[in-house]
Design a protein around this ligand. Sequence first.
Ligand code: ADP
Length: 753
Amino acid sequence: MDNKAIAKIRALAESGDCSGNTAEEIFARCYNAAQKTLGITPFDEQIAAAISLSDGRLVQMQTGEGKTLCAVFAACREALNGGNVHILTFNDYLARRDCEWMKPIYDEMGVSVGYITEKTERAERKELYKKQVLYITAKEAGFDYLRDFVCFDTEEMVFPERLNMAVVDEADSILIDEARIPLVIAGDMTVKEDGGTAEVYKKIAGFTDSDFEYDEESRNVYLTDEGADKAEEIFGQDMYSEAGAPLLAKVCACLKARHILKEDKDYIVKDGRILLIDEFTGRTAEGRVFPGELQTAAEAKHGLKITSRGRIMGNIALQYFARLYPKIAGMTGTAESAAEEFSKLYALDIDVIPTHLPCQREDKPLELYYDGEEKRRAIIAAISEAAAAQRPVLVGTESIDESESIAGELRGKGIECSVLNAKNDTEEAGIIARAGEKGAVTISTNMAGRGVDIKLGGEDCREKDFVTSAGGLLVLATSMRESSRITKQLRGRAGRQGDVGESRFFAALDDEIMKRLDLKSLVSGRHYPAEKTSGRLEDKTLLKEAERIQRISEGNTCDERANLMKYTMIGEKHRELTFRRRKTLLDGSYNSEMWQQNATEEYERAAEKFGAKPLQALQNRVLAALLNEFWCDYLDYTAYLREGIHLTQIAGRNPAEEYNIACEEYYDSAAAAIPDRMAEKLKEVLKCSDLSEYKIAVPARTYTYLLNDMGEEFKARPILLSVFSDESEVGTEQPEKEQGEKKGFFRSLFGKK
Ligand code: ADP
């Protein structure tokens, strides 16, 4: 912490001599405004965090330390220097809460502020985006950015032309955990035929365990030889022929939906729809769908109407959306363990801010059990013990299923509890806020209620003394998480602002992550229990390796994300070019001359018939529409490429490089075809007697959603992997003939000579 700077700001605030616009003067005015309007005297730690944020850094600050206020300082400084700031919140609830809570300070500072949630009408958004400071989720902002790409009227476009700064709240969640998730906008220009998923789903009912394999790591289902034979028999189609590939993908998706996807863990069924559960927030992700065929397969599983999501017209991963802001700052309770990623992906450096009061939370070491049953017994015992002492306890589970089942067991023992899960997420903030009450037992999935303060002794702290003497809030994590940040977030729920508290962390040898990353193979036999043992496992080596699993998982996902970037950068560049060109056509800052240059004769006739000016306006709109089509085709093509691109490894080439070359070639050749397509459109225009007769095909309806786990798409997909399932590893010798065939395949894949 820069104590000198902090002292200077305090002195300025106290003297009242701070009307200028230097950073220190603005911070000093914010300091006074916080005192005057909200009665809060900012701590030194908060001023330090404000300085860091304002310098575009990432601030690590424990839960409950008052991050909301720190962002206001940084936002005011940027705004008063002429910039605009988006404070990207974790969810809609916090966008509204934080804006309303902090508004008096902004008012006092003369800075305009607003918030946008999913419910905000589009008509109101344009004005809201003009506010100097806007509270909004990254998803909403990203969707607005995408929606503008399918607008034909600049009046309807809402997203600001120029972005300055984003302050990302819960930065690790948005910039790392959710970073890869693409926001998608689709339009039903042409409705895609579903192609009988329901039929396929019925027909695979007889497949048994020996017919397919599930690869935990890639999360894909593959047919075994036996299964492939069975499929061929049932469907009368060679699964491994090129024609059979789409069917094979459907079969694998149906098998996965039937045998692997679990209702209430991976998704819930509500109002006739499949709603995905976000593995990080534990909440249903509105509008998010499973990738590819899996969504329709899941719908078939529950006999729901199979939805058609039309054509993807645009997409952007949250990570790239965040990068649209020239200046990014972030705040989170857990950043350190992801320091490398923050620095690599966003050039963000971390400042760790100490807690205002010393942390009194006791973090107990991992408690490991032989299996789920033993673990459950220990968890129930721990909750019962706390409940008997009327000590509040917050249980963080992995799934709704688990929450419900623990709650059921507790109720059976006469212990009342509140269950917080994706099914009642509107109430979750209220429930979490009461989780510190005397005797409260709250069961919650992963990080539900993130950003909401848990005060000891209830929201009004009435019984704080009692709860403190009972040991404060006890947090229990019921299994090992994918990343240590999630465990830390959960632990951080207790011991806020110097409160006493405790966190305990349970795991079993058969937890999903232990099996997936094969803990057993990491420890030598004598340290791994040969048979079921009851009670806590104490072997030090075993415990150490079990903890290491989390770091392995983190390392894997970090590598995956870095690798993914090699594939995604090129699309980002192309999208930016296309979006920008389209917008300049519509706002009149650029005029297309394709008709003048490539269809001169028709152009002259048309100009005479309709007038040069209206014709120009139409030409720009026609080209804008064509760019939409162009972009749809580009997205289709690149998705197709990614499905097969890993195959180039077999020929000893670098798939990322090949992918980039192929994208570049496609982009250029598709762009080169545009003048001819424009000329054809002009012929259509000439047939009209009036320009108003000429209708540009715009999507009848567009909808936005999040495509969960794009990573899956990049991994070896079942279709093509199976085609070459018996190939040898990268770089090994191949018989002449086979190599020749593969080259042929690549040729057709990349359209190369
Ligand atoms: P975080 O987002 O870091 O978890 P919040 O911004 O939600 O924390 O603030 C947590 C609580 O601390 C709120 O109740 C807030 O009113 C209170 N708070 C923040 N700053 C101060 C301060 N300087 N003095 C006293 N209370 C504060």
